[in-house]
Structure formats: structure tokens, C-alpha cells
Write a protein that binds this ligand. Sequence first.
Ligand SMILES: [Zn+2]
Length: 404
Amino acid sequence: MTASRVTADQELAGRLLAAIEAELPAATELRHQIHREPDLGGHEERTATRIAEALGDPGAPWVTQGRLVRITGGAGSGGGRGPDEMHVAVRTELDALPLTEETGAPWASVNGAMHACGHDVHMAGLVAFGRALRAVGGPRPVLAVLQPREEVSPSGALDVVSSAELAAVPVGAFVAVHMHASLRPGTITAQGGPVNASSDDLTISIEGRPAHAAYPHMGRDPIVAAAGTIMALQHLVSRRIDPMHPSVVTIGKVQAGAVGNAIPGSAVLTGSIRAFDEADRDLLHATVTETAELTARSDGCEATVNIVRGEPVLRNDPRLAAATAAWLTRVGLDPGGDMRSCGADDFSYYNAKYPSLMCFAGTGEDVVPGLHHPAFLPPDEAIFDVARAMLAGYLGACDLLAGP
Ligand SMILES: [Zn+2]
């Protein structure tokens, strides 16, 4: 990077920052409106259209319930010159959760859905950033990815990443920002390497033989087999996976039986397998299957294991992370904190195809409890943090795409 270019970029970053600040009152109003009228996954058309309109492109192409909005730079910026230029994609999610809101905010939702994962803040932040970029211009055009179905299956990211609409746009990098309650406000992470786990759905169906509760020897008890299986599965992470590698096997649902005085014929366990490493992921699939089958057989039952592969590991591009981290302080944010978790996000589907970066933005420890809770409500100031983190990611991507 030459000295003159650094100066030029810093000057541009300052103008973009000022433009983002000017957009904040309108973005805050938009956040309240989206929060009051949320849409569930698979039904985000109204929200997608609101965001596309706010970004100045009501005719933006659809990808299922989402939309792709191209944002080219302002006059005299030299940025966003033509459709063939390499874009920086910035993603926001559109969907809310099926929760009854308990925040007490004057703009709380009353329709039985709720933005309890901060997606309303992500959308408002993207609008503030996108409008600022359209006004001021920048080194490269942006593709605002308004993605549906982050919270539900099938994944909206998978739709977008495999769409002809995305393939029609040259994209050099993907950036996203997600709220996180365990980080201080104003703290933004931009770390290379894995930051979220792969996430696979597990179903174990155990077939036994029904009997009277008083005559267990006449049947084959699938509940005892299920209980043994649940306990045996807990040995896999502790005994079969390298202790330095984070991974999880959780059974979150147990279904069996109807009355206390009868042994049922079957039991079903439903759970989640998480890993930070693809080899561990494959190992857990194999050992979960083997453990369930053998444990059930030892109780005279038969287990059938079904694992549906979900999101891959979310792995941040180290060079994009470093380039973005260099911009965080220059846009007034506090880079820091090690934020890796066995949570999952379908942003990892972009990671698998493009140099990508997921940043986490702190909502503050006083926002208790955290994500997906009916009382989760990040303050409006978080919009500025998200917009600035997107700006840092954008400038970092521009540096990366400019080459050494
Ligand atoms: Zn989310």
C-alpha cells in the first residue's frame, strides 16, 4: 500500500463515516418500523422490499424471499464504475423468530414474531452504510445481500450462493456483522480462522417391543436403550475428540411412551452435532451412529440414525480479517475480544466459496439475556457500530482486492 493511497483512503473513510452518521436518525426509525412488523423465515418479502427501497433500488432482483441490491459509488468517487467491477458483498439477514416479545419497547412487535437475534439492527446498519456509500462513493461497488431464512431450514444462504442472480455479479469478498451479548458495546471482532461451528441435525429412532410395565422381560424397552444412548453419546466429545478442538453433541428432545404402566414400542431422540473441524465432524457422525446402534442392540433394540448435514464451519479469511482489523480503530471502533463459539450461522456457505469475514459486535453485558431471548433488545446505538463495522469490512476488502 502506498503512502498516498493510505491518506486517500483515510480521507474517504472520514467522509463515509460522516455520511453514515447523517443517516442514523432515518436508520433508527427504519429499525423501529422493521422491529414492530417482523417477518418469519420464508415470509420476508415485505421486509426485503422495505430494505431494497431504503437502499434506493426498489427493482432489485429477488432470490426466493430475499433480494440483491447493487450499490455503486457516488459522482466523482471513482468507485463503483461499472457492473463488471469486482463487488464487495455485505450480507444482512431478514428473518425474525417465532417468539412473543417481552422487551416493553414502545415499538415492540405484537404479531407473534420477534427480531430477537439483532437482524433488525443488522438491516438498519446496512441501510446506513449503503446509503452513505451511494452518496459518497468508494473504491468498489457493494452488493447488499438481503438474505432470507437464516433461522430456519432450508438455509437462505444456500439459495443465494447457488443462485444465477449472485453468479451474475462479480464478487470478490463477503462481509457480515452479527450482534453478540458477550462482548462490550463498541467492541468488534475481526478474527481469522474458524469462529462458528458446523451444525448438523441428528435423529435417532429406537425400535423395541412394547410390554406391560410389570413384565419388562416380555418386551424390549426402548426408553432404557434411549437413556443409555444419551449417556454414551456424552463420552464421544470427551474421549474421542482432541480436547483442544471444540465440539458438541446435544440431545434436545426425547420422545417416548404415553403412560407410566406400559413400555412403549419405540423412542426418538433429536439433537445437534457441532464441530470446528471437518475431520472431527465426520468422526462424530461415524461414532454417534456406531454408539447409538451398539447401545440399542445391547438392550435388545434396534437404532436407526439419521444425520442431516447443515452449515459448514464458519471460517474467516485470515487476510480479510487482518485488513479489516486495521480499519476498525480508524472508524472509531474497539477491536478486541476472542469471540468463537459453537453457535452456527449460514454465512458459512459464503465462506466456503468466497474470501469472507463475519464480525461480531458487542451489545453490552447489561443486555441480559442474550440472543433469541424474548427480552433481547440491543440499544439503537448498535446501528452505528454495525454500520461502522460494515464500513471497516468493506475498506478491508477493498485493500485486499487491490493486492499487495
Ligand atoms: Zn442471527
